[in-house]
Ligand binder design. Structure first.
Ligand code: SUG
Length: 428
């Protein structure tokens, strides 16, 4: 087996809800206060994983974190048992409990930044856990995410897992990182996309210096490493991560015309380093930035098919947005590398601003590194069915905003997580 790319999807956790916690994320704000369907959300996520498996692609998953997180509440002065701590927080400040209850670790594109072995000085695959320090509810993810990644990628002959960079340097991981290469096993051009804060604008969550630190730690070749600024217009239109307006796979960069401050300079820099690169740019005259963000056209998974060519795994909203769907029909009718459209319903996640690409972390590995990955986190038919059954049995059907203060819900969610860990043979 040669090099393969594995998608590690976040198994959507039992506390999935709509608390409107992410300023600058339009879907999260618009759907705040609605009733969420955690069981359906997790099943939609699993169905998407299944679709990738059916294409013949390797599929892994990452775990939901412990939510509500009583340890964090204890650290800020609440005392007692887990349930007492949560009850006290809810009474004192419901917003706090909402923040420590978020199932936001489902968006594993924000778990870490990954540089595969062909790009790094020591030939190992390097993963840097994201600090997610801009949003309170996400800033508490890193320690548990790091523990999970250290379990999955424990073999230091093939992998190096790094902790998060300084919290002052905001870092949101692979959501702002793209890799272009002749094929997954060839040295890549790594593109790190950062934001610049505009006074009064939505938050620019990715600090340039965070990415510079990560590139240094990963031992990347400076000649094949690009730092580019995300367009201010995109952030202000609601593209809080670059993967809302651009996605890359192997030789292809699929991007909106207004994704970057200086798109021509980026395209030229990529082509100089990778002459076979193909830039598929969608003009604003065909798909407005607003339609791109509403439909999550670019938050599709762009994957190489074992049979050749590439497929886009899109959210249902892309099909429902006429400008987008018309453009996509023309795209696949042409002679370009993108040949197939696969539409998956991930509406529960989409309502919080998380499309197909947000739900996955890509890790490209050779056969030896693949064999070194903890197999409990790699899916086959039987393991997928096991997860499906577990979700059906343990995940709550609905969560309305005030349910988050209900002790019965906390117990249900903690016991769902315990059942999952026991199912996988993990402690605690
Ligand atoms: O960080 N939404 C996430 C969505 C992350 C999407 N990821 C990528 N683009 N890769 C965020 O804004 C909303 C949670 C809430 O409001 O309850 C939230 O965290």
């Amino acid at each position: 087996m040669s090099f393969v790319e594995i998608n590690f999807d976040g198994l959507i956790g039992p506390t999935h809800n709509y608390a409107g916690l992410s300023f600058g994320n339009i879907a999260s704000a618009n759907n705040a206060g609605q009733t969420a369907r955690p069981r359906l959300a997790a099943l939609q996520g699993l169905a998407k994983m299944r679709a990738l498996m059916d294409l013949g692609l390797p599929q892994g998953f990452l775990l939901p974190l412990e939510r509500p997180n009583a340890h964090v509440l204890r650290g800020i002065g609440f005392a007692g048992t887990d349930a007492e701590v949560c009850a006290a927080a809810w009474a004192a400040d419901p917003g706090l409990l909402r923040n420590v209850s978020a199932a936001s670790a489902m968006w594993t594109a924000n778990a870490a930044t990954v540089s595969p072995g062909p790009d790094t000085r020591d030939g190992r695959c390097h993963l840097s856990v994201a600090n997610l320090s801009t949003m309170l509810h996400r800033s508490i993810e890193a320690p548990e995410t790091e523990a999970t990644l250290r379990t999955i990628f424990a073999d230091t002959r093939h992998f190096a897992v790094h902790g998060p960079v300084l919290a002052k340097l905001g870092d949101e991981g692979a959501a702002n990182h793209m890799r272009l290469c002749a094929h997954h096993g060839a040295p890549g051009v790594e593109v790190f996309v950062y934001g610049e804060q505009r006074a009064g604008g939505f938050p620019a969550r990715q600090d340039r210096r965070a990415f510079e630190a990560i590139a240094r730690r990963h031992g990347l070749d400076p000649a094949r490493t690009l730092f580019v600024q995300q367009s201010v217009a995109a952030i202000d239109a609601g593209a809080f991560h670059n993967d809302v307006v651009a996605v890359a796979n192997e030789t292809v960069l699929f991007t909106h015309e207004q994704a970057f401050e200086d798109p021509q300079a980026l395209y030229d820099a990529i082509r100089t380093r990778l002459p076979e690169a193909v830039v598929v740019e969608v003009p604003a005259s065909r798909v407005s930035l607003a339609d791109a963000i509403r439909s999550y056209l670019f938050n599709s998974q762009l994957v190489s098919l074992p049979s050749g060519g590439m497929a886009l795994v899109l959210p249902g909203e892309a099909q429902e947005t006429p400008s987008v769907w018309t453009w996509l029909q023309e795209l696949v009718a042409g002679n370009g590398p993108i040949r197939q459209l696969i539409v998956k319903d991930v509406r529960e996640s989409m309502r919080n601003g998380g499309g197909p690409a947000c739900l996955r972390l890509r890790v490209a590995v050779d056969a030896a590194a693949m064999a070194a990955i903890d197999p409990r986190f790699l899916l086959d038919d039987g393991k997928w069915e096991g997860l499906h059954r577990l979700v059906e049995a343990h995940w709550p059907e609905t969560i309305a905003p005030d349910d988050l203060g209900n002790p019965d819900l906390w117990e249900t969610c903690w016991s769902a997580r315990r059942a999952l860990r026991a199912h996988l043979g993990l402690a605690g």
